[in-house]
Design a protein around this ligand. Structure first.
Ligand code: SAM
Length: 216
């Protein structure tokens, strides 16, 4: 099944490479995950274009370049335990599963979480655990995490996520307004955190106790 769309997948990877993503492990992970299995069946032909696509419940699978760039910025290592907030289709989750030791992912919409769990099973990605609940509170039972990735836009980084980061760890989150954010990296130091803001992005809102209260 992974041999389907091989040509399109290679072309997608060359495209994100052309846009400046150079981490070989990230590019290899993107070459290995069949993105067409993460979009609605009638959209499979569009799965390898460099754009976001609707996945139902008013949510989207992120653009390949953004997935690649965020994964690169996260600097995931083989021994890491990673928390992802915003499973969506599970595509980003699958990419992380190829790079980390364990991936924990939270999605507030149960239907999306269940579909993503099925996809992980179908692809045999056994180091992933997905649950349906508000990810802005983190996953304290599984903390601390070496890396945390938020894939929805927040007014600011939820404090519970910063608290659940291991010292030396990194949190990456689109931070800003409802319609445009910046990719912000938090690095947890021995004392305090260091924040650095990078490129502009557009994500659906992070809704929840420590995110936006309402959709609009
Ligand atoms: N990375 C995903 C992918 O590859 O398909 C795309 C994620 S989509 C842009 C953002 C997701 O975050 C949506 O599925 C949305 O339901 C979810 N989300 C929003 N607020 C959340 C919260 N508080 N906890 C967990 N998930 C949340």
């Amino acid at each position: 099944m992974n041999h389907e769309f091989t040509y399109q997948r290679d072309r997608m990877v060359r495209l994100v490479e052309g846009r400046g993503v150079s981490d070989a492990r990230v590019l290899e992970a993107m070459r290995s995950i069949p993105r067409h299995l993460f979009v609605p069946e009638h959209m499979r032909a569009q799965a390898y274009g460099d754009h976001a696509l609707p996945i139902g419940a008013k949510q989207t699978i992120s653009q390949p370049y953004v997935v690649a760039r965020m994964t690169e910025l996260l600097k995931v290592e083989g021994g890491h335990s990673v928390l992802e907030v915003g499973t969506g289709s599970g595509y980003q989750t699958a990419i992380l599963s190829r790079l980390a030791r364990r991936v924990f992912s939270l999605e507030r919409i149960s239907d999306l979480a269940h579909d993503a769990i099925d996809r992980m099973r179908q692809l045999g990605l056994e180091n992933v655990k997905i649950q349906a609940f508000d990810g802005t509170v983190g996953w304290s039972d599984m903390a601390p995490f070496d890396r945390i990735l938020v894939t929805a836009g927040a007014p600011k980084a939820p404090q519970p996520l910063i608290d659940q980061l291991r010292p030396g760890g990194r949190l990456l989150i689109p931070e800003g307004g409802r319609h445009e954010q910046r990719l912000v990296v938090y690095r947890k130091l021995r004392q305090g955190v260091r924040r650095s803001a990078g490129e502009a992005v557009m994500f659906v809102p992070l809704l929840g106790r420590h995110g936006w209260e309402k959709e609009q």
